[in-house]
Ligand binder design. Structure first.
Ligand code: COA
Length: 254
């Protein structure tokens, strides 16, 4: 049981994160299942677009913190690395339906989707610093590029949560929808690719991403190195333990 449901219907391959009892926290097995699902969708000629979605009220609470503590990912050939590379390199359009909270990699992955629709109940957050960590998967570059340094600093350095409306205003998302409508709306947008010539769509996506691709790869590699070190830091250990002990972390001793 990987807690990732996949289905292909009417040209759209849906990847649904389904672990509501843990707020859709992503384990290594789930990342691997999502990487495999992207590869299968790319290989399937009947698929014109991908849709990533979560559960009512929660898109994903990000990386499973227990997994982070027990099995900190090392290097780039990890399930999370495979998933993010598959997403970044996906030649078909990827649409996200952000059904609720999107924490950490839940927000980071949106930066690498093509169309993003957000529920009016969604709260996005990138609380890497509060966890003793640093941004990952090129978010330290893409976010300031999209919204300017000072607004990105609130989100990355202070870890300030933000709403779907803020996400639209900052250029991360296309539109905010009522919670009950966000998945259907995102699906309808994904289905629009059925009526378009697939090679022209693919080439357009490739051209849109090509000029920044090398820089994205470089930034991802340097972020990954620091992230790996930070995961093993006393600051991160204190933050993770505090989360599971349901208390405030104490960083005064560092
Ligand atoms: N990793 C592991 N378990 C997680 C988790 C995560 N990222 N997020 C939530 N859970 C678990 C909780 O431990 C809890 O488990 P329990 O019922 O066994 O105690 C369960 O999911 C419900 O979470 P809870 O915190 O009670 O839900 P909430 O509605 O009050 O808050 C969130 C939801 C998403 C705001 C909150 O769970 C949260 O902040 N999660 C951590 C987010 C995070 O730091 N992610 C990593 C970013 S790099």
């Amino acid at each position: 049981m990987t807690h990732i449901r996949t289905a292909t219907h009417n040209g759209v391959a849906t990847i649904e994160i389904a672990r509501p009892e843990k707020k859709n926290a992503l384990t290594q097995a789930m990342y691997q299942a999502m990487a495999d699902a992207i590869a299968a969708a790319v290989a399937d000629n009947g698929v014109r677009a991908l849709l990533i979605t979560g559960q009512p009220g929660i898109f994903t609470s990000g990386n499973d913190l227990e997994d982070f503590m027990q099995r900190p990912p090392q290097g780039q050939d990890t399930p999370v690395g495979r998933f993010m590379r598959a997403l970044l390199e996906c030649e078909k359009p990827v649409v996200a339906a952000v059904t609720g909270g999107a924490v950490g990699i839940g927000t980071t992955m949106l930066l690498h989707c093509d169309l993003v629709y957000v529920s009016d109940e969604a709260r996005l957050a990138m609380p890497f610093v509060s966890l003793g960590l640093v941004p990952e998967y090129a978010s330290s570059m893409v976010l300031p590029q999209l919204m300017g340094h000072v607004r990105a600093a609130e989100k990355l350095m202070l870890g300030e949560p933000f709403t779907g409306a803020d996400a639209v205003e900052c250029g991360i998302a296309n539109a905010v929808l009522p919670a009950a409508e966000v998945v259907n709306h995102a699906r309808r947008m994904a289905e629009r690719f059925n009526g378009l010539p697939p090679a022209a769509v693919r080439e357009t996506k490739r051209l849109m991403r090509a000029s920044g691709a090398e820089r994205v790869r470089q930034v991802m590699a340097s972020e990954g190195e620091v992230f790996g070190q930070r995961l093993r830091s006393p600051e991160a250990r204190e933050a993770f333990q505090a989360f599971f002990e349901k208390r405030k972390p104490d960083f005064s001793k560092f």
